[in-house]
Design a protein around this ligand. Structure first.
Ligand code: CMC
Length: 427
């Protein structure tokens, strides 16, 4: 915070607005007192609005930089594990070896869900979208733990955070198995987080089933790369919902619904659908032309980002991971991969994309990995949600620890001015 200020002149009145500086990134002009001066700010899509103060994650979209707790995402993805990143987001520091072991053990012990959860799944048709099921599963967690939660108690908040991180892989895997008509598989104490998710999803249920280490590493990396992304649409939804003091699992359910959309987490599903629709490299030009046509709502899925006006730093690592997984599985010759690589090159070289700074984003490559691993396309966004749940709950914890103010935006009203009611027989 500083003593600098900006002067805004509205209808001839000078209004002094404080300017605050963070540790990195642009200064912010504090407009909170504008309302008492009779005006609001107007910023559809919140493109210029800092909605809160946060210590978790920093993004420089022009430089393509993403830091969690100050650590660059590429270093975390290459050298750490998802559990370390979860610990970092919840505690602000990387763990020691002992702290990490205790954290992992605690998460592992929380992974199981009550037997009753099986009933939740049977209420859905087998072909229900898994994001709809995941939304409901968080509703059930809200019901299950409602009376145990005290939002004002840091110990209770931490317990919720551990439960969200621990139970989401189990719920996601159950969604997959239900869709296939398979029995559920319980988490195992001898497997790590990513291994447990893969085993609960694809395992044969035997107590000593092995998990492919390359695929577990790739899965762990996908989780790291999705772990947090500051005030994106779903995280802002969790914060806004949580700001009312609601049950935190219910706030996470709200985040899941926001993530589902194709402009956000649903893009990974949309990328694969688009690649399948393109089908062959010979059809790429038609799709590029459609993407450039202002009269055509089609957009090249997996390209562009609200914040990154440079290569998405997560996409760089995801691309390396995609190559590793496809090699491990002997799928380097997949026709879809050829379409993806060609599309990537053309889009990067084309002036339409270059002028608008539209680069491949994280979702462009994650779908290729997930498909190679055997995750159905409809479940891709569930994987994003699974990766993002530490970020959502860390933001909720951070918000609840500070002075809590309900999120309540205002509007520019453009409807009818006041008029008198007209009886129906006179209309
Ligand atoms: N294909 C074609 N044109 C595009 C695309 C695209 N994917 N993205 C943006 N544009 C154009 C847009 O038409 C506009 O052109 P013009 O200036 O001529 O009107 C210009 O680029 C700026 O677009 P915008 O809509 O103002 O950008 P935005 O910041 O509001 O939208 C976005 C960001 C991610 C919603 C958008 O780029 C998009 O729809 N991309 C495809 C969906 C996608 O991949 N989403 C995943 C984002 S990464 C995962 C996550 O973090 O959620």
């Amino acid at each position: 915070m500083t003593d600098r200020s900006a002067t805004l002149t509205v209808n001839g009145n000078n209004i002094e607005l404080p300017i605050h500086s963070g540790n990195l990134g642009p200064d912010v002009v504090d407009v909170a007192k504008l309302t008492s001066q009779g005006c609001f700010t107007y910023d559809p899509g919140f493109v210029s609005t800092a909605a809160c103060e946060s210590k978790l994650t920093y993004i420089d979209g022009d430089q393509g930089i993403l830091l969690h707790g100050g650590y660059p995402i590429d270093q975390l993805a290459e050298q750490s594990s998802h559990m370390e990143v979860c610990y970092l987001l919840l505690n602000g520091e990387l763990p020691s070896a002992e702290q990490l072991a205790a954290f992992e053990a605690e998460i592992n012990a929380e992974m199981a869900v009550d037997d009753q959860f099986a009933n939740v799944y049977t209420a859905f048709p087998r072909d229900a979208h898994p994001m709809a099921i995941l939304t409901s599963a968080f509703g059930v967690l809200a019901a299950r733990y409602h009376s145990d939660i005290d939002n004002n108690d840091p110990v209770s908040r931490r317990k919720v955070a551990m439960q969200v991180i621990a139970k989401t892989p189990t719920l996601a895997a159950m969604g997959y198995r239900y869709s296939k008509g398979l029995d559920f598989i319980a988490p195992r104490a001898d497997l790590n987080y990513a291994e447990n998710f893969l085993n609960m999803t694809f395992g044969d249920g035997s107590p000593d089933a092995k998990v492919n280490p390359t695929l577990a590493k790739a899965m762990d990396r996908i989780f790291i790369l999705h772990a947090d992304h500051e005030q994106n649409a779903s995280t802002s939804t969790v914060r806004l919902s949580g700001s009312t003091g609601t049950n935190p699992f219910a706030a996470i359910a709200a985040g899941v619904t926001a993530l589902w959309g194709p402009s956000h987490g649903g893009a990974n599903e949309a990328v694969l659908e688009m690649l399948n629709e393109i089908g062959d490299v010979s059809n790429i030009d038609t799709f590029i032309d459609r993407a450039k046509d202002r009269d055509d709502p089609f957009r090249l899925m997996g390209f562009g980002h609200r914040v990154y006006k440079n290569f998405d730093p997560r996409a760089r690592v995801m691309k390396i991971s995609a190559d590793e997984v496809l090699k491990e599985l002997g799928k380097e010759g997949e026709p879809l991969l050829a379409v993806a690589k060609r599309l990537e090159r053309i889009a990067i070289e084309d002036s339409y994309f270059a002028d608008r700074k539209l680069y491949p984003n994280v979702d462009f490559y994650s779908g290729l990995i997930l498909q190679a691993i055997g995750i159905p396309t409809a479940m891709f966004t569930v994987i994003f949600a699974l990766g993002r749940c530490p970020g959502w709950i860390a933001h909720w914890c951070e918000m609840m620890a500070g002075p809590l103010k309900i999120g309540r935006p205002r509007q520019l009203y453009t409807g009818p001015v006041q008029r008198d009611y007209v009886n129906i027989d006179k209309r």
